[in-house]
Design a protein around this ligand. Structure first.
Ligand SMILES: NC(=O)c1ccc[n+]([C@@H]2O[C@H](COP(=O)([O-])OP(=O)(O)OC[C@H]3O[C@@H](n4cnc5c(N)ncnc54)[C@H](OP(=O)(O)O)[C@@H]3O)[C@@H](O)[C@H]2O)c1
Length: 280
């Protein structure tokens, strides 16, 4: 298939490479051109603008930072893409955000946020959360197969997948902040924090993610897979969605405060494991 990838940040670059490996014809565009150019070595065509990227594409994939970016770039894309093209929207934009995106994308839009970070994006092993009309889902299937190991269909209505994504990312943010909390508490109480990870290993409260992020925290490895500022953006979307539906927000607010503080301390572009630095 001819696929346009708009946004070649951490996720977009990996997804473009997975599409190329699967044999698709890939055109990439990024606001900062220098971030898209390395993909030429992998066989992608680097487009000078959005219109050139999406012209003739079967599927247009957006994986930009937030709703404003998706709406702005999507408006340009819709004006230039063919009437049969499918817009596969993979950024995390939340419930209100996907409504704004749908006003632009109309009947061509599939809601397709993803679970997984840099490595699964590069390996083509993301979990795609998908909602939208079945006919579009079928059209996009080869692209979904290339970027993901699994697709969870959340429904026929655009918006269901973005709602599910918020629930999933609440879990990810809480787990990471919780891991930092336990490591900090262990250290403050005079035991080796690594023993916390050893103690939970293999038992019913063991979570591979705690080992992954906890090891990064212990090693001070903050190379970004999912940056702190992205978490602050996502938890903000969760708080908004919770407020409008009457779900208590105390826990989310506390977690948002921790990640926001990490960002204030200069860790906005570091991995979310940097939340550990907020605890003494
Ligand atoms: N990283 C993860 O683990 C992960 C996992 C699942 C979902 N997501 C979601 O996927 C999306 C991308 O995440 P990422 O980690 O790849 O972020 P990233 O590395 O920060 O990349 C963000 C991308 O958005 C572009 N962008 C930002 N503002 C823009 C604007 N106003 N107009 C045009 N382009 C703009 C950036 O362009 P420039 O290069 O020019 O700045 C870049 O291509 C986000 O919605 C994120 O929440 C991330």
């Amino acid at each position: 298939m001819r696929v346009a990838v708009l946004g070649t940040g951490t996720m977009g670059a990996g997804m473009a490479r997975s599409l190329l490996r699967a044999g698709h014809e890939v055109r990439v565009w990024n606001r900062t051109a220098g971030r898209a150019e390395p993909l030429a070595d992998d066989g992608a065509t680097v487009a000078p603008d959005v219109a050139a990227a999406v012209e003739g594409a079967d599927v247009v994939l957006t994986v930009l930072f937030d709703t404003d970016a998706v709406v702005a770039v999507g408006t340009e894309a819709v004006a230039a893409m063919g009437p049969d093209a499918v817009w596969l929207q993979c950024a995390t934009v939340g419930v209100e955000g996907i409504r704004r995106v749908q006003e632009v994308g109309g009947a061509q839009l599939l809601d397709a946020p993803v679970l997984g970070t840099r490595k699964p994006a590069e390996d083509g092993t993301l979990v795609v959360l998908l909602s939208g009309p079945e006919a579009l889902r079928e059209k996009a299937a080869p692209v979904l197969d290339a970027v993901g190991s699994r697709t969870v269909v959340a429904g026929d209505e655009v918006g269901a997948a973005s709602a599910l994504k918020l629930a999933c990312n609440a879990w990810v943010a809480l787990l990471t902040a919780g891991t930092a909390q336990s490591l900090a508490l262990a250290g403050a109480l005079g035991v080796d924090p690594a023993l916390f990870l050893e103690a939970i290993e293999g038992g019913p409260v063991s979570v591979p993610y705690a080992r992954l992020k906890g090891s990064m925290m212990l090693d001070g490895d903050l190379a970004p897979s999912f940056a702190v500022d992205g978490v602050v953006k996502d938890v903000g979307l969760m708080v908004d969605a919770a407020r409008t539906t009457g779900v208590p927000t105390e826990l989310l607010e506390a977690v948002r405060g921790l990640f926001a503080e990490a960002s204030r301390q200069g860790h906005g572009a570091d991995d979310m494991a940097a939340v550990r630095t907020v605890f003494p």
